[in-house]
Design a protein around this ligand. Structure first.
Ligand code: BMA
Length: 366
């Protein structure tokens, strides 16, 4: 009897110690129970493989657009017979009827809820428009960022936009009224110089302040408890220090990501560079007790034989990345000039199917 009790106590002690080692213990989840649940789900699924994601997957594809009275469609589903595990969305032009790529926000909200119901995970990026839409995210000729900061002359505009963002996230609810968790990925690719929050257009400190203000406002001021926050620089780094140059701090970030399309192309640095950068991200995420993700990737128009099975899968399998990365997100299928998931007639259609059939590439099970 006594021995049994001893073993039971030992088991309890080991369980407590092991749960203390689990990743999410290092996160600040006190006021974010909904986000915490998603973090745990991502953390738990990691060892099974990597989740496949696709931007705007349910909203449109090559030759079709979502309609309320039709069954859900998806270019990933048309090939793989299963929906992506990760659904990407963008809230650029929030406040209008449609987002910057023509997706009606009402449909987006509806589809985010549908995705959640089918057990998929939603991630949201933001290509905002400011100053009555006269300044897009790509307008880099005026110093926008400084003006939006707390001491800047247009700070109220930032707050107004964030009010819209908060209302959007707050409206994502289950039929029972519970908030739906979302991965929010604001101010991405800051180490490139194509957005006004990019490397050449603001100081690192100002960038960090913008990021912190954004997260604080949504979490604390608005009380949103359903957001996991992703930090996702583009490919221009080759060390931890470079990767962290714009990092707002551990309490602001849950997922460390990287966007990389360029290194897959002939003009890029090649597959080994993709692996190297992802490895830096994964290592840092482990050190910091965070999750890691390939927050955007793909090969536009897929003019590369066997890109999925030979290149992307090669990268994911290298250095065991496939078990350490939570997900990868392929960009959108706008039309035949701009797409990342092959339509039926495309030479890579079968290659994509073969890729999705690997047991460690995770899609929504039927
Ligand atoms: C880019 C392109 C654009 C789009 C933008 C934001 O990569 O797909 O057409 O407007 O992303 O979604």
């Amino acid at each position: 009897m006594k021995i049994k009790r001893f073993f039971r106590l030992m088991l309890l002690a080991v369980t407590i110690i092991l749960s203390g080692c689990s990743t999410y213990k290092n996160q600040d989840f006190k006021h974010r129970p909904v986000a915490k649940k998603l973090f745990k789900k991502l953390d738990k699924t990691k060892s099974k493989g990597v989740m496949l994601g696709h931007q705007d997957d349910l909203a449109y594809g090559i030759g079709w657009k979502f309609e309320r009275n039709q069954p859900l469609n998806s270019d990933v589903f048309q090939a793989a017979g299963r929906f992506p595990y990760i659904m990407g969305w963008d809230i650029g032009k929030l406040g209008h009827k449609e987002n910057l790529d023509g997706v009606p926000f009402d449909d987006m909200k509806f589809l985010i809820k549908q995705a959640h119901e089918m057990n998929a995970i939603n991630t949201v990026s933001w290509h905002p428009y400011f100053f009555n839409d006269s300044i897009s995210s790509w307008d880099t000729n005026i110093k926008v960022l400084e003006k939006l900061l707390p001491n800047g002359e247009h700070h109220e505009q930032l707050k107004h936009k964030l009010d819209l963002v908060a209302a959007f996230f707050d409206s994502l609810r289950t039929p029972e009224g519970k908030r739906i968790p979302v991965i929010f990925r604001p101010w991405h690719e800051m180490n490139g110089s194509w957005f006004w929050w990019g490397e050449n257009y603001c100081s690192n400190d100002n960038y960090k302040e913008l990021f912190r203000f954004t997260v604080d406002y949504l979490k604390n001021e608005k009380g949103l408890n359903n957001l996991l926050i992703a930090y996702s620089p583009d490919r221009m780094f080759s060390s931890q220090e470079e990767y962290l140059k714009y990092y707002p701090g551990d309490t602001y970030v849950d997922i460390l990501g990287v966007d990389n399309y360029y290194d897959f192309q002939d003009k890029g640095d090649g597959l080994e560079a993709v692996v190297e950068k992802l490895t830096i991200v994964v290592k840092l995420a482990k050190e910091k007790g965070k999750l890691a993700a390939f927050t955007e990737t793909g090969y536009d128009r897929l003019e590369k034989p066997n890109w999925f099975t030979k290149e992307l899968y090669y990268v994911l399998q290298s250095n065991n990345l496939i078990e350490d990365l939570s997900y990868f997100l392929l960009w959108r299928n706008r039309d035949l000039e701009h797409f990342y998931v092959p339509p039926k007639e495309h030479p890579l259609f079968q290659d994509f199917i073969d890729f999705t059939n690997y047991k460690n590439i995770l899609l929504i099970e039927k």
